[in-house]
Design a protein around this ligand. Sequence first.
Ligand code: AMP
Length: 501
Amino acid sequence: MQIGVDLGTTNSVVARLDENGDPEILENERGERKTPSVVQFPDDGGVIVGTTAKRNQMEVPDRTVPRVKRHMGDQDWAVDIDGEEWGPEAISAEILKKLVADAEEATGEDVEEMVVTVPAYFGPKERNATLNAAKIAEFDKEDIELLNEPTSACLRYGIGDTGAGTVFVYDMGGGTFDATLMNVTPDGEFEVEGVKGGQRLGGEDFDDELYDHVRGEMIDAGHPDPEDNSAMKADVYEKVTDLKHDLSQTESGSISPMVGPGDTFNIDLSRDEFDEITEHLVDETFDYVDALFDHEKVDATKEDVDELLLVGGSTRIPKVQERVEDYFGMEASKGVDQDYVVAEGAAIQTELEPQGGGGGSIVLPRDIGLKTVDPDNDKETFEMILSEQTPVKASESKRGFRKIDKQSPKITIEILEGGKALAEENDKLGEFELKNLDEGSDPEFEVTFTVDEEGKLHAEATNLDTGRKAETTLEIGLTEKEIEGHIQRSEETHDDSVTRD
Ligand code: AMP
């Protein structure tokens, strides 16, 4: 069987094509259509993924990992479980394993191949990490296809069947926001023209705002602070999320959080008040959208957009829909449930020819450059070589680099990603050296960076006086040996577990 997997930040969804070729959502072991992307390592061994893990989260926060997707590609991030480090790939693999096991249970068939969706905002590093998660879940590289989430949404809406055009996808889920501008070519291929996104902007931020509001009202009325009591806090969070969902349907709502044993406190909230409390979050999404259209590498304007798609649970918020439609002066395509559109599109992709590079060409999500020193103030700064929004495969060169210490026989080139002015504010991807330089010489250097579709970054520096070169290729992510080690550890951890959710 082939499945489509929306490996989400807060929830994951699995779909396949039914006998009529229509997408169908596969329920998990509990009969749910969405599985919370929460992984927990209980004290007594094993791994739990899903609703139970989410429910127990506040009781065992140190052994629970929500939102691992935010860390994909970050090689410095890991959780420590009983002295063992679990990185983002290993944790994501546990989610995939659970989704696959439940899909097999639901259908009685083995999962042989899968299409896993990733944000268009994911760069080579994050894509590679997702592939490695699938490998740790014991899928061969040939049996996994990565697909851009916005491309998946287009497939579900049948965009591309009707000819060329420009599509804008506004995707706000639980923990992330992605704005993607795509071109559908006359032969029906999807090309990403630009992406902008916030790895930390989504429905949970709306919950946080509501929580702060409700907490303030509770304290003002003389009730205990929910921050001091984890059960109260969990209760308020659950109720504000329900209230947020209700306010997408009704003009006003109320909740009664627990304020003591058997005692509750009623709070009313209108949709207008909710919109006001959360307005700055919606504004923030449009900062990204504006920055996307303003970027010099993006040719299209918002007036060029032919199709507007809303993806992710948070686009059910009426104010969000209204603001997006106002911005583009057009109605968004509707009719497919926002929570399932990505998984269903991935199911459709299982029957199609692979979309190269993750669903059409991809662009670099962040600037890549190197560390330099500003001679005016000695500050270490970022010098861009490859700009964000550059289509991959990409290669750029820059000249004019010189030694800082003229006496030094070498220069070290530090490769940075991020595009922030100060070097230290960026992520370091690696470094290499040009050696054997004459002391006291002052040659000019040229630096070339190339990123290929596989996510490998090749960096080269040339001494323009002598023609001598130094180069490095950064392998982004885990080695095959590390992956093997993770496969084994995961199996051992599962052997450890008693049967449970
Ligand atoms: P996703 O990651 O796409 O599953 O999105 C989940 C997010 O959408 C969560 O933060 C939900 O609270 C939010 N969400 C789901 N349904 C609604 C709704 N009716 N109104 C507002 N937010 C919603």
